[in-house]
Design a protein around this ligand. Structure first.
Ligand SMILES: [Zn+2]
Ligand SMILES: [Zn+2]
Length: 340
Protein backbone atom coordinates (compact mmCIF):
# COMPACT_ATOMS: atom_id res chain seq x y z
CA UNK A 1 0.00 0.00 0.00
CA UNK A 2 1.24 3.50 -0.86
CA UNK A 3 0.77 6.76 1.00
CA UNK A 4 1.58 10.43 0.52
CA UNK A 5 4.26 12.11 2.59
CA UNK A 6 5.87 15.55 2.67
CA UNK A 7 9.57 14.72 2.51
CA UNK A 8 12.12 17.27 3.72
CA UNK A 9 15.30 17.01 1.64
CA UNK A 10 17.32 20.09 2.37
CA UNK A 11 16.89 23.71 3.47
CA UNK A 12 13.53 24.99 2.15
CA UNK A 13 13.14 21.93 -0.05
CA UNK A 14 10.09 19.78 0.66
CA UNK A 15 8.29 17.56 -1.86
CA UNK A 16 5.13 15.48 -1.67
CA UNK A 17 6.14 11.92 -2.44
CA UNK A 18 4.51 8.53 -2.57
CA UNK A 19 6.01 6.05 -0.15
CA UNK A 20 5.25 2.42 0.54
CA UNK A 21 3.83 1.42 3.91
CA UNK A 22 6.20 -0.87 5.80
CA UNK A 23 4.86 -3.65 8.01
CA UNK A 24 5.30 -2.93 11.73
CA UNK A 25 8.18 -4.70 13.45
CA UNK A 26 7.32 -6.63 16.67
CA UNK A 27 7.35 -3.48 18.86
CA UNK A 28 6.02 -1.02 16.27
CA UNK A 29 2.64 0.54 15.59
CA UNK A 30 1.36 1.80 12.24
CA UNK A 31 -0.74 4.95 12.57
CA UNK A 32 -3.05 6.46 9.97
CA UNK A 33 -2.23 10.11 10.67
CA UNK A 34 -5.25 12.44 10.68
CA UNK A 35 -3.76 15.71 11.95
CA UNK A 36 -0.28 17.11 12.44
CA UNK A 37 0.42 20.51 13.97
CA UNK A 38 3.09 22.85 12.63
CA UNK A 39 5.65 23.70 15.33
CA UNK A 40 8.39 26.32 15.43
CA UNK A 41 10.86 23.43 15.39
CA UNK A 42 9.54 22.34 11.96
CA UNK A 43 10.21 25.89 10.74
CA UNK A 44 13.69 25.94 12.23
CA UNK A 45 14.49 22.68 10.46
CA UNK A 46 12.87 23.77 7.18
CA UNK A 47 14.85 27.02 7.10
CA UNK A 48 18.06 25.30 8.18
CA UNK A 49 18.27 27.32 11.40
CA UNK A 50 19.84 25.71 14.44
CA UNK A 51 16.79 25.31 16.68
CA UNK A 52 15.90 22.70 19.25
CA UNK A 53 16.97 19.79 17.03
CA UNK A 54 18.90 18.91 13.87
CA UNK A 55 17.15 16.82 11.24
CA UNK A 56 18.37 13.75 9.38
CA UNK A 57 17.10 14.31 5.79
CA UNK A 58 15.52 12.95 3.73
CA UNK A 59 12.89 12.75 6.46
CA UNK A 60 9.20 13.48 6.99
CA UNK A 61 8.91 16.33 9.49
CA UNK A 62 6.02 16.83 11.93
CA UNK A 63 6.08 15.68 15.54
CA UNK A 64 2.68 16.91 16.80
CA UNK A 65 0.40 14.30 15.31
CA UNK A 66 -2.53 12.07 16.04
CA UNK A 67 -4.59 9.47 14.23
CA UNK A 68 -5.79 5.89 14.38
CA UNK A 69 -3.90 2.67 14.85
CA UNK A 70 -4.19 0.52 11.73
CA UNK A 71 -1.72 -2.27 12.48
CA UNK A 72 0.35 -3.40 15.46
CA UNK A 73 3.50 -5.52 15.77
CA UNK A 74 3.40 -8.99 17.30
CA UNK A 75 4.65 -7.82 20.73
CA UNK A 76 2.12 -5.00 21.04
CA UNK A 77 -0.77 -6.22 23.17
CA UNK A 78 -2.16 -2.98 24.58
CA UNK A 79 -3.35 -1.38 21.35
CA UNK A 80 -5.66 -2.48 18.61
CA UNK A 81 -6.68 -1.31 15.18
CA UNK A 82 -8.99 1.72 15.37
CA UNK A 83 -7.63 3.07 18.66
CA UNK A 84 -7.30 6.84 18.64
CA UNK A 85 -3.74 7.74 19.56
CA UNK A 86 -1.06 10.37 19.65
CA UNK A 87 2.70 10.10 19.93
CA UNK A 88 5.47 11.31 22.21
CA UNK A 89 8.03 12.06 19.50
CA UNK A 90 11.12 12.20 21.69
CA UNK A 91 13.31 9.11 21.85
CA UNK A 92 15.78 8.92 24.73
CA UNK A 93 18.62 6.40 24.47
CA UNK A 94 18.08 4.88 27.91
CA UNK A 95 21.83 4.37 28.42
CA UNK A 96 23.47 7.76 28.91
CA UNK A 97 24.14 9.49 32.23
CA UNK A 98 20.94 11.56 32.01
CA UNK A 99 18.70 8.64 31.08
CA UNK A 100 20.17 6.58 33.94
CA UNK A 101 19.55 9.46 36.31
CA UNK A 102 15.91 10.03 35.39
CA UNK A 103 16.29 13.08 33.15
CA UNK A 104 15.39 11.50 29.85
CA UNK A 105 14.55 14.79 28.14
CA UNK A 106 18.18 15.82 28.63
CA UNK A 107 19.46 12.59 27.04
CA UNK A 108 22.87 12.96 25.37
CA UNK A 109 21.67 10.98 22.36
CA UNK A 110 18.15 12.35 22.02
CA UNK A 111 16.46 11.77 18.68
CA UNK A 112 12.89 12.42 17.61
CA UNK A 113 10.16 11.23 15.31
CA UNK A 114 9.58 13.99 12.77
CA UNK A 115 13.20 15.13 13.08
CA UNK A 116 15.45 12.09 12.69
CA UNK A 117 12.76 9.53 11.80
CA UNK A 118 9.72 9.96 9.55
CA UNK A 119 7.00 11.97 11.32
CA UNK A 120 3.46 13.14 10.91
CA UNK A 121 3.30 15.20 7.73
CA UNK A 122 2.25 11.99 5.98
CA UNK A 123 -0.80 9.77 5.74
CA UNK A 124 0.93 6.96 7.63
CA UNK A 125 3.62 6.85 10.28
CA UNK A 126 5.34 3.85 11.81
CA UNK A 127 6.40 4.45 15.42
CA UNK A 128 7.76 2.47 18.37
CA UNK A 129 4.97 1.27 20.68
CA UNK A 130 6.76 2.94 23.63
CA UNK A 131 5.86 6.36 22.17
CA UNK A 132 2.15 5.77 21.57
CA UNK A 133 -0.59 7.13 23.87
CA UNK A 134 -4.25 6.17 23.52
CA UNK A 135 -7.24 8.44 24.13
CA UNK A 136 -9.78 6.64 26.29
CA UNK A 137 -12.65 8.69 24.85
CA UNK A 138 -13.06 10.11 21.36
CA UNK A 139 -11.68 13.60 20.78
CA UNK A 140 -11.12 15.63 17.62
CA UNK A 141 -7.92 14.55 15.86
CA UNK A 142 -6.91 18.21 15.71
CA UNK A 143 -7.18 18.47 19.47
CA UNK A 144 -5.42 15.14 19.87
CA UNK A 145 -2.50 16.45 17.82
CA UNK A 146 -2.09 19.26 20.34
CA UNK A 147 -1.31 16.85 23.17
CA UNK A 148 2.40 17.10 22.28
CA UNK A 149 2.77 20.89 22.64
CA UNK A 150 0.49 20.66 25.68
CA UNK A 151 2.86 18.06 27.18
CA UNK A 152 5.78 20.47 26.68
CA UNK A 153 3.78 23.24 28.38
CA UNK A 154 2.96 20.91 31.29
CA UNK A 155 6.67 20.37 31.88
CA UNK A 156 7.23 24.12 31.83
CA UNK A 157 4.40 24.79 34.28
CA UNK A 158 5.64 21.93 36.48
CA UNK A 159 9.00 23.70 36.61
CA UNK A 160 7.36 26.96 37.73
CA UNK A 161 5.75 25.09 40.67
CA UNK A 162 2.85 27.53 40.82
CA UNK A 163 0.94 27.72 44.08
CA UNK A 164 -2.83 28.15 44.18
CA UNK A 165 -3.81 31.78 44.39
CA UNK A 166 -0.58 33.09 42.85
CA UNK A 167 -0.39 35.55 39.97
CA UNK A 168 1.18 34.90 36.58
CA UNK A 169 2.18 36.89 33.51
CA UNK A 170 2.25 35.15 30.14
CA UNK A 171 4.33 37.04 27.58
CA UNK A 172 3.32 36.10 24.03
CA UNK A 173 -0.09 34.61 23.23
CA UNK A 174 0.46 32.27 20.32
CA UNK A 175 -0.82 28.72 20.74
CA UNK A 176 1.76 28.02 23.46
CA UNK A 177 1.00 31.21 25.40
CA UNK A 178 -2.75 30.52 25.22
CA UNK A 179 -2.15 27.01 26.55
CA UNK A 180 0.02 28.46 29.32
CA UNK A 181 -2.76 30.89 30.30
CA UNK A 182 -5.09 27.91 30.73
CA UNK A 183 -2.57 25.77 32.60
CA UNK A 184 -1.90 28.67 34.97
CA UNK A 185 -5.62 28.90 35.77
CA UNK A 186 -5.96 25.10 36.06
CA UNK A 187 -3.00 25.25 38.44
CA UNK A 188 -4.85 27.70 40.66
CA UNK A 189 -3.63 31.10 39.50
CA UNK A 190 -5.83 33.89 40.86
CA UNK A 191 -4.92 36.28 38.06
CA UNK A 192 -3.12 35.89 34.74
CA UNK A 193 -1.85 38.81 32.64
CA UNK A 194 -1.39 38.00 28.97
CA UNK A 195 0.55 40.26 26.66
CA UNK A 196 0.71 40.16 22.87
CA UNK A 197 0.87 42.85 20.16
CA UNK A 198 -1.82 41.04 18.08
CA UNK A 199 -5.41 41.98 18.99
CA UNK A 200 -6.87 38.59 18.01
CA UNK A 201 -4.49 36.81 20.38
CA UNK A 202 -5.26 39.21 23.21
CA UNK A 203 -8.99 38.65 22.63
CA UNK A 204 -8.49 34.90 22.91
CA UNK A 205 -6.45 35.34 26.09
CA UNK A 206 -9.22 37.52 27.52
CA UNK A 207 -11.86 34.92 26.61
CA UNK A 208 -9.77 32.43 28.57
CA UNK A 209 -9.95 34.69 31.61
CA UNK A 210 -6.65 36.58 31.38
CA UNK A 211 -6.11 40.34 31.67
CA UNK A 212 -5.01 41.33 28.16
CA UNK A 213 -2.11 43.75 27.70
CA UNK A 214 -1.08 45.39 24.43
CA UNK A 215 2.70 45.88 24.66
CA UNK A 216 2.47 48.42 21.82
CA UNK A 217 0.46 50.72 24.07
CA UNK A 218 1.43 49.84 27.63
CA UNK A 219 4.42 48.22 29.25
CA UNK A 220 3.41 44.90 30.81
CA UNK A 221 5.38 45.47 34.05
CA UNK A 222 3.71 48.89 34.43
CA UNK A 223 0.20 47.45 33.98
CA UNK A 224 0.94 44.69 36.47
CA UNK A 225 2.35 47.06 39.10
CA UNK A 226 -0.75 49.25 38.97
CA UNK A 227 -2.63 46.24 40.39
CA UNK A 228 0.14 44.43 42.22
CA UNK A 229 2.92 46.78 43.37
CA UNK A 230 5.34 43.90 44.02
CA UNK A 231 4.84 42.28 40.61
CA UNK A 232 3.54 38.82 39.71
CA UNK A 233 4.80 35.63 41.32
CA UNK A 234 5.78 34.08 37.98
CA UNK A 235 6.25 35.09 34.37
CA UNK A 236 6.10 32.63 31.50
CA UNK A 237 7.77 33.86 28.33
CA UNK A 238 6.40 32.36 25.11
CA UNK A 239 7.34 35.01 22.56
CA UNK A 240 10.84 34.08 21.44
CA UNK A 241 12.36 37.53 21.38
CA UNK A 242 14.73 39.15 23.89
CA UNK A 243 12.49 42.22 24.39
CA UNK A 244 9.65 39.96 25.56
CA UNK A 245 12.04 38.04 27.80
CA UNK A 246 13.10 41.27 29.43
CA UNK A 247 9.44 42.12 30.07
CA UNK A 248 9.08 38.78 31.83
CA UNK A 249 12.03 39.62 34.11
CA UNK A 250 10.60 43.05 34.89
CA UNK A 251 7.13 41.69 35.64
CA UNK A 252 7.99 39.40 38.55
CA UNK A 253 8.22 40.31 42.22
CA UNK A 254 11.33 39.83 44.34
CA UNK A 255 11.82 36.08 44.74
CA UNK A 256 9.74 35.55 41.59
CA UNK A 257 10.13 32.93 38.90
CA UNK A 258 10.86 33.53 35.23
CA UNK A 259 10.26 30.65 32.84
CA UNK A 260 11.90 31.20 29.46
CA UNK A 261 9.80 28.77 27.47
CA UNK A 262 10.15 29.83 23.83
CA UNK A 263 12.77 28.47 21.46
CA UNK A 264 14.90 31.56 20.81
CA UNK A 265 17.25 32.14 17.91
CA UNK A 266 20.38 30.09 18.56
CA UNK A 267 22.53 33.24 18.81
CA UNK A 268 20.04 35.33 20.85
CA UNK A 269 21.59 37.04 23.85
CA UNK A 270 19.64 38.40 26.79
CA UNK A 271 20.77 41.63 28.35
CA UNK A 272 19.63 41.16 31.95
CA UNK A 273 21.32 43.08 34.77
CA UNK A 274 22.95 40.31 36.79
CA UNK A 275 22.68 42.41 39.94
CA UNK A 276 18.90 42.27 39.50
CA UNK A 277 18.96 38.47 39.60
CA UNK A 278 21.07 38.57 42.77
CA UNK A 279 19.28 41.36 44.58
CA UNK A 280 15.76 40.29 43.66
CA UNK A 281 16.64 36.60 44.16
CA UNK A 282 15.01 35.57 40.88
CA UNK A 283 14.52 32.00 39.79
CA UNK A 284 15.25 31.65 36.08
CA UNK A 285 14.15 28.44 34.42
CA UNK A 286 14.43 26.82 31.01
CA UNK A 287 12.19 24.02 29.83
CA UNK A 288 13.03 21.39 27.27
CA UNK A 289 10.49 19.03 25.69
CA UNK A 290 8.06 16.78 27.54
CA UNK A 291 9.61 14.35 30.03
CA UNK A 292 6.87 11.96 31.18
CA UNK A 293 4.13 14.55 30.63
CA UNK A 294 2.56 13.14 27.45
CA UNK A 295 0.15 10.88 29.37
CA UNK A 296 -1.13 13.78 31.45
CA UNK A 297 -1.51 15.89 28.31
CA UNK A 298 -3.60 13.15 26.68
CA UNK A 299 -5.78 12.92 29.79
CA UNK A 300 -6.23 16.71 29.86
CA UNK A 301 -7.27 16.77 26.19
CA UNK A 302 -9.69 13.90 26.88
CA UNK A 303 -11.14 15.70 29.89
CA UNK A 304 -12.18 18.67 27.76
CA UNK A 305 -10.84 20.98 30.48
CA UNK A 306 -8.50 22.72 28.10
CA UNK A 307 -9.83 24.85 25.25
CA UNK A 308 -8.10 23.93 22.01
CA UNK A 309 -10.65 24.64 19.29
CA UNK A 310 -10.19 28.44 19.44
CA UNK A 311 -6.44 27.98 19.12
CA UNK A 312 -6.64 26.32 15.71
CA UNK A 313 -6.56 29.17 13.19
CA UNK A 314 -5.76 27.24 10.01
CA UNK A 315 -6.33 23.74 8.66
CA UNK A 316 -4.56 22.88 5.44
CA UNK A 317 -4.18 19.75 3.32
CA UNK A 318 -0.79 18.03 2.99
CA UNK A 319 -0.28 19.51 -0.51
CA UNK A 320 -0.30 22.98 1.08
CA UNK A 321 2.46 22.26 3.56
CA UNK A 322 4.63 25.08 2.23
CA UNK A 323 1.71 27.49 2.69
CA UNK A 324 1.31 26.14 6.22
CA UNK A 325 4.97 26.92 6.86
CA UNK A 326 4.62 30.38 5.29
CA UNK A 327 1.65 31.17 7.53
CA UNK A 328 3.57 30.30 10.69
CA UNK A 329 4.20 33.32 12.87
CA UNK A 330 1.86 35.58 10.88
CA UNK A 331 -0.36 37.76 13.08
CA UNK A 332 -3.59 35.92 12.26
CA UNK A 333 -2.02 32.47 12.61
CA UNK A 334 -2.29 30.75 15.97
CA UNK A 335 -2.14 26.97 15.59
CA UNK A 336 -1.76 25.67 12.05
CA UNK A 337 -2.75 22.05 11.57
CA UNK A 338 -2.19 19.89 8.51
CA UNK A 339 -5.28 17.70 8.08
CA UNK A 340 -4.70 14.30 6.50
ZN1 LIG B 1 6.92 21.02 18.73
ZN1 LIG C 1 20.14 8.97 26.99
Amino acid sequence: MNYRAAVFHDTEHITIQTKEVRKPGPKEVLIRVRACGVCGTDLHLYHGAPGSASATPPVVLGHEFAGEVTETGSDVTDLRSGDQVTVDPNLACGDCWYCRNGERNLCSNLTAIGVNFDGGFAEYCLVPFSQVYRFDRPVSHHHAAMAEPLACCLHGIDRVALKQGQTVAVVGCGAIGLIMVQLAFLGGASRVYASDPVAKRRDLAEQLGAVPVDPGRQELPTVIRRDIPEGVDSAVECAGNPAAMLQAFQSVRRGGTVLLFSVPEADAVLNVPVYDIYFRELRILGSFTNPATQGRAVDLVSSGRIQLEQLISHQLPLESIKDAFRLFGKPDAIKIVVAL
